[in-house]
Design a protein around this ligand. Structure first.
Ligand code: SF4
Length: 382
């Protein structure tokens, strides 16, 4: 079928690899599931599987979402964070960052501008900033919910207590993004300081789902110490946990972090993994991330051609954007929100896609609906 050349010692070995790849990719396309070992093999031998899988991922995306691209208006409302994740440019111990918090009025102004521009999802993203307690956030979320009843409100504000997640949900938030960063506990410990807990983070994701949020997980591609083994664990986690959204982007080092000299992740591997994720969990909402656009001028378009169907332009006031630099050289730092929107419209048109004005909810395939019902029945929730 589609496997060309592999750099191998003998023709026989090459044939064996081709056969195995054929079997694994066929299984992924048919069953949307692989063993961890198979994911690993696919990553390690991806050269000849890349293009056919991207084609198949595009076909599956178009089958479910047509030519539609969903947009989320990103409001980075605080860059203050109590944590010290080793890869993050706004980590607590970075003294070179000018810290800011948007006021409630500034946040509401961003929503108003976003609504005018056609956004029907607002993503409130920030560090773990103790100032934004439930007492501050609940009234804010209620206001946004009242003002924009047809819009989705997504939160991306890190780890909190279950009761807090519940209070924010009851106030009107309906989605929550919490990248798991890595599904391997040992790897997690190498990316985070003592005191941050892999289990707590994973438990947060489970609690968010139990409460009723549409959940977004995700991980960095090419983060320090990551091998195909860790990536295979990430893929298996996404396949089985089935977050409604999965944000993956290349790791990009920041000059003020301990990982400043580490190499960045690649566009090639990120795009390949986007295709694999689309095939492992076909309905997933899959953003072509800003990080992808940062390492390649057409990174987001290439992400879409690999199976992505969401973009997340920035709605934050331009004067604070440069202070929300999670990694160096982040794009769109100075562009007005309207510029970002029209730039993305144009970019998506170049790859045959159309940015649409709606909430952009997940659309399950009939087969996924059936599996879901079966699993609810098995768990006795019906
Ligand atoms: S990654 Fe998130 S939690 Fe970690 S330091 Fe950065 S903003 Fe804080």
């Amino acid at each position: 079928m589609f496997f060309g050349c592999c750099i191998l010692k003998s023709g026989k070995e090459r044939e064996e690899v081709e056969e195995k790849l054929k079997r694994i990719t066929g299984k992924l396309i048919r069953e949307h599931s692989l063993e961890e070992e198979e994911y690993r093999y696919l990553i390690d031998h991806r050269e000849d599987a890349r293009d056919p899988l991207a084609r198949e991922a595009r076909r599956v995306t178009e089958q479910i979402y047509g030519d539609e691209i969903f947009v989320r208006g990103l409001i980075e409302f605080t860059n203050i964070c109590r944590n010290d994740c080793l890869y993050c440019g706004i980590r607590n111990s970075n003294e070179n960052v000018e810290r800011y918090r948007l006021t409630e009025k500034q946040i509401l102004d961003c929503c108003a501008e976003g609504y005018e521009l056609g956004y029907r999802t607002f993503v409130l993203q920030g560090g773990e900033d103790g100032y934004f307690s439930d007492e501050v956030l609940v009234p804010l979320i209620r206001k946004i919910r009242r003002e924009y009843p047809e819009c989705a409100i997504t939160l991306s504000i890190g780890e909190r207590e279950r009761a807090s997640y519940q209070a924010l949900f009851d106030a009107g938030a309906d989605r929550y993004l919490l990248r798991h960063e890595t599904a391997d506990e040992g790897h997690y410990r190498k990316l985070h300081p003592e005191g941050m807990s892999f289990r707590h983070r994973m438990n947060c994701l489970r609690e968010l789902r139990e409460i009723g949020y549409a959940v977004g997980a995700g991980f960095m591609v090419g983060s320090p110490f990551q091998t195909s083994r860790e990536l295979a664990e990430d893929l298996k986690f996404i396949e089985t946990f089935r977050p409604e959204m999965c944000g993956i982007g290349p790791f990009i080092p920041h000059r003020d972090t301990p990982f400043r000299n580490e190499p960045a992740g690649t566009l090639e591997l990120t795009c390949f993994l986007l295709s694999v994720i689309r095939l492992a969990w076909p309905s997933v909402l899959l953003p072509a991330t800003t990080a992808l656009g940062t390492i390649d001028p057409r990174g987001r378009e290439k992400g879409v051609l690999s199976g992505a169907n969401v973009v997340m332009p920035n709605l934050s006031p331009t004067e604070v954007r440069r202070n929300y630099e999670l990694y160096n050289d982040k794009i769109c730092m100075g562009d007005e929100s309207a510029q970002c929107r029209s730039c993305l419209d144009m970019r998506m048109r170049t790859v045959g896609r159309r940015v649409v004005t709606n909430r952009g909810d997940l659309r399950r395939t009939p087969r996924e609906e059936m599996n879901e019902e079966e699993s609810r029945g098995r768990n006795g929730t019906e």
